[in-house]
Design a protein around this ligand. Structure first.
Ligand SMILES: C[S@@+](CC[C@H](N)C(=O)[O-])C[C@H]1O[C@@H](n2cnc3c(N)ncnc32)[C@H](O)[C@@H]1O
Length: 271
């Protein structure tokens, strides 16, 4: 494995809530990989990967999917606004530090363009989608994975009062803090329609969800995001005691809830 940095470009001020380059950002990406790389690679495999393909991996995070693609295709361009965690990439992966709100940093055409948990964060998602469609080769696939606003139903709590705490933190996270930073919780369900309107065909959606128990990756991710967003949650009305109890709960195996619903929407450019 080697590090391969193509270019570094200054982006506009980033509204992305989390700090990819931090220690917590590192663990955040590790949890995502352990939770989602299996369904992601299952879905990508079914698009029919071939050794001559050129791929674009956006919001590449830790590079786990870029590396997986590089083992199966000719070239992968991995783009992220913060490339700190892209330090262990496979030969064939070209890392570019770039803010995607400023456009694409490389010219197409690409046979495959993939982004997981990126466009829901970026208010410019509609323009970015248009640019991705333009950058696709005829016959190329665009595949976007984003989570929905399906409520994270509670299944078991250690104490009855934990139920209200869970509901309060979910409310502040999903209805106060994240929308104020440009997150769209409806985008995942709108993606198929937007791809069709952009002229793509063979539009298909895969729904993936699972439960999470305290101490496992789903809850450790909730805990991690809660820590990263602490100043925003306090400003939104959470108390320090509530955040402390929430983080205890996320370690407690007696806690169980449904984790996020991930929708993977894919489509092909005609030709
Ligand atoms: C939720 S993480 C997902 C990472 C990876 N795709 C995954 O699913 O494991 C979002 C990623 O998008 C990157 N990102 C956020 N805003 C961005 C922007 N404006 N341009 C490029 N990348 C961005 C973050 O640095 C982070 O790596």
């Amino acid at each position: 494995m080697c590090r391969s940095t193509v270019s570094a470009q200054a982006g506009a001020m980033n509204d992305y809530i989390f700090d990819t380059g931090s220690e917590l950002g590192h663990h955040h990406l590790d949890h995502l990989g352990r939770l989602l790389d299996t369904p992601t690679t299952w879905r990508l495999e079914r698009l029919g990967l071939t050794p001559d393909q050129r791929c674009l991996e956006l919001g590449a995070g830790s590079g786990s999917i870029a590396n997986w693609l590089a083992a199966r295709t000719r070239e992968v361009v991995a783009v992220d606004i913060d490339t700190t965690q892209l330090y262990d990439v496979a030969p064939g992966v070209h890392v570019i530090k770039h803010d995607l709100r400023d456009g694409l940093p490389v010219d197409g055409p690409f046979d495959l363009i993939h982004a997981r948990l990126l466009l829901l964060h970026l208010p410019e998602r509609e323009q970015i989608l248009q640019r991705l469609v333009t950058a696709l080769a005829p016959g190329g696939h665009l595949i976007l994975g984003d989570i929905t606003d399906r409520p994270l139903e509670l299944l078991a709590v250690p104490e009855p009062a934990d139920r209200d705490l869970w509901e309060k933190i979910q409310h502040l996270s999903h209805h106060v803090v994240s929308p104020a930073r440009g997150v769209s919780w409806t985008w995942a369900r709108e993606t198929a329609e937007r791809m069709t309107a952009a002229g793509l065909v063979d539009v298909d959606v895969m729904d993936y969800s699972q439960t999470a128990a305290g101490g496992t990756d789903g809850c450790l991710l909730h805990r991690n995001l809660n820590q990263q967003a602490e100043p925003l949650l306090l400003a939104a009305g959470a108390t320090a005691d509530e955040l402390a109890r929430y983080r205890e709960l996320m370690l407690d195996p007696r806690f169980r809830a449904w984790f996020y619903q991930l929708l993977y929407t894919s489509a092909r450019k005609p030709g």
